[in-house]
Design a protein around this ligand. Structure first.
Ligand SMILES: CCC(=O)SCCNC(=O)CCNC(=O)[C@H](O)C(C)(C)COP(=O)(O)OP(=O)(O)OC[C@H]1O[C@@H](n2cnc3c(N)ncnc32)[C@H](O)[C@@H]1OP(=O)(O)O
Length: 514
């Protein structure tokens, strides 16, 4: 065999060119018409220029009927930090996985895990290549091994997915096993059965977009985390996500120069005194953290709870805050799940947790009981209990009922429980409490004025009982902090908690109420 020439006589350079070009022109044109980039263009946009080292370029290069394999894999740097990546090429059999495709994906995840570096998935795939199923599907290194590797890597290295097109059937699990998924609106979709299959099995007439489009998953199912307007935006989300996380679970998150403009954020003015008046916790978070650092995750789903990364004096923190602008900040099934996942994410990657509580408690009623609110609430409280990273709970306005527990209240080993001077901590709000205890007595008072006076007196009594200074004097809370001093207090307290011993329980793992 001569230099630059393969066994079947095709010049190596020509072969490389052909393989790098992916599928036939008609598939490229179809993608362009939908505003989709080629897999290699996506990689080039994501990684530092000249840093990409590809593996398995020649996979399937000699296969009949295939121009290339259908996935691009390799290592690169993003903002100077090493990553491993895979990018489906949807111009080859709709990005479906043949046997070589699966092997390449398995190898790159194994590499990321072994090297302790993040794994990036750029997904646009029809799932298993049905025509290759014997080689691909059932074996020890078949498609299932992709998921096995993802599960093994979960919490060990960051795994992030940008989804640009379909992610069908088995393919839908790749995003699902990632920490977060960015979806491009209009093109990205995830579903277990295609619209054709759904109609065949259930008779339902639907579309990929209506059943598993980006809006559905980012706002309704919670499987997607970021709804992006363009592919470039989705790739930026990947970069930004990684900028808050260490390369792996043994390392600390990367620090950045501190940026804050305290004069811009009048935190006291942001919180209305009346509990009946809502305020946007996201504004509060932005005012408290380093300027421009708040990176909200799942902003469109379960909006009564806001979660995301940010920086305090340059150090990464994970924020969990109740947002009374939506459903009064009450915790529901989805918000409990949202918190659980985010707390686990932070705990896995050494990101300290800041809880900003303004919670009336968990939702009550037959609808949520049927959805298993108890199970979901227990799951959230499990995650809070098991998290051993530094945790600080700030009661911004209120923490009522099991909401106090879910927001890392005093019983959950927080490094501190802090309250603002106007905050309230109680088993429930005054109105509900008076009604719960004195309902019979109130009903028995016939005179309206007398009844109102009785209720007011009992309410005042209750308010005295839960007075925040009283709770501080009983050592329930560690400090009462003025709003303008909160940021500095948090910076000092997180710094002090940095060397914390991280061990929770003598066991293999708990039996989580999932
Ligand atoms: C672990 C279990 C699994 O994952 S089972 C996987 C099941 N997968 C599916 O049911 C998805 C079937 N495919 C689709 O629904 C569509 O192809 C999707 C993904 C929506 C893309 O549509 P579109 O962009 O219009 O492409 P297309 O349908 O014209 O296909 C282009 C060429 O690719 C092929 N293709 C597609 N999917 C597969 C597949 N899963 N296995 C094998 N080949 C597949 C099509 O046959 C088509 O090939 P050709 O252009 O006719 O040569």
């Amino acid at each position: 065999m001569g230099a630059g020439v393969t066994g079947d006589g095709v010049a190596l350079e020509q072969l490389r060119k052909r393989v790098r070009a992916g599928g036939a022109e008609k598939y490229h044109a179809a993608n362009s018409a939908k505003g989709k980039l080629f897999a290699r263009e996506r990689v080039a946009l994501l990684v530092d220029e000249g840093s990409f080292v590809e593996d398995g370029l020649y996979a399937n290069a000699l296969a009949e009927g295939l121009p290339a394999d259908g996935v691009v894999t390799g290592t690169a740097t993003i903002d100077g930090r090493q990553v491993c990546l895979m990018a489906n090429d949807s111009t080859v059999k709709a990005g479906s996985w043949g046997a070589r495709t699966a092997e390449k994906i398995i190898r790159i995840i194994e590499r990321a895990y072994d090297n302790g570096v993040p794994m990036v998935y750029l997904v646009d795939s029809a799932g298993a290549r049905i025509t290759d199923q014997v080689e691909l599907f059932p074996g020890r290194r078949g498609a299932g091994k992709i998921f096995w590797n993802q599960v093994r890597a979960s919490g060990s290295i960051p795994q992030v997915c940008a989804l640009f097109g379909p992610s069908a059937a088995g393919g839908a699990y790749i995003p699902a096993f990632c920490d977060v998924v960015a979806m491009v609106d209009g093109n990205a979709s995830m579903y277990l059965g295609s619209d054709r299959m759904v109609e065949m099995v259930t008779g339902e007439k639907t579309t990929l977009e209506a059943m598993g489009g980006a809006k559905v998953h980012c706002a309704e199912s919670g499987v997607g985390h970021f709804l992006c307007k363009s592919e470039a935006e989705a790739l930026d989300v990947v970069k930004r996500y990684l900028s808050y996380l260490p390369a792996n679970w043994t390392q600390a998150p990367p620090t950045a120069p501190a940026k804050h403009a305290p004069e811009k954020a009048d935190l006291a003015a942001l919180v209305p005194a009346s509990e009946r008046q809502a305020f946007d916790m996201r504004r509060y978070v932005r005012g408290l953290l380093d300027e421009g650092s708040f990176f909200e995750i799942q902003a469109l789903w379960a909006k009564e709870l806001t979660v995301g990364f940010g920086r305090l004096n340059g150090e990464v923190v994970g924020v969990v805050g109740n947002n009374s602008m939506f459903k009064g900040g009450v915790l529901f099934v989805d918000s409990a799940d949202k918190a659980t996942r985010f707390v686990q994410l932070c705990d896995a990657f050494n990101v300290p947790l800041l809880f900003l509580s303004d919670v009336p408690g968990f939702m009550v009623g037959s609808a949520v009981e049927k959805q298993g609110i108890i199970r979901h609430g227990a799951k959230m409280i499990t995650a809070i209990s098991e998290a051993t990273v530094p945790k600080i709970c700030v009661v911004v306005r209120k923490a009522y009922g099991a909401g106090l527990y879910a927001m890392a209240g005093p019983g959950f080993e927080p490094d501190a429980t802090i309250a603002l001077p106007t905050a309230k901590i109680a088993v429930m709000g005054a109105e509900a409490a008076v009604n719960a205890v004195y309902a019979n007595k109130i009903a028995a008072i016939e005179d309206e004025a007398e009844r109102a006076a009785f209720v007011a007196a009992k309410r005042a009594e209750y308010e005295r009982d839960i007075d925040i200074v009283r709770l501080a004097s009983e050592l329930v809370i560690d400090a009462i902090v003025e709003p303008h001093e909160l940021r500095a207090e948090l910076v000092r307290r997180f710094a002090a908690a940095g060397g914390k011993e991280r061990h929770f329980s003598r066991r293999r793992h708990g039996v989580t109420p999932v």
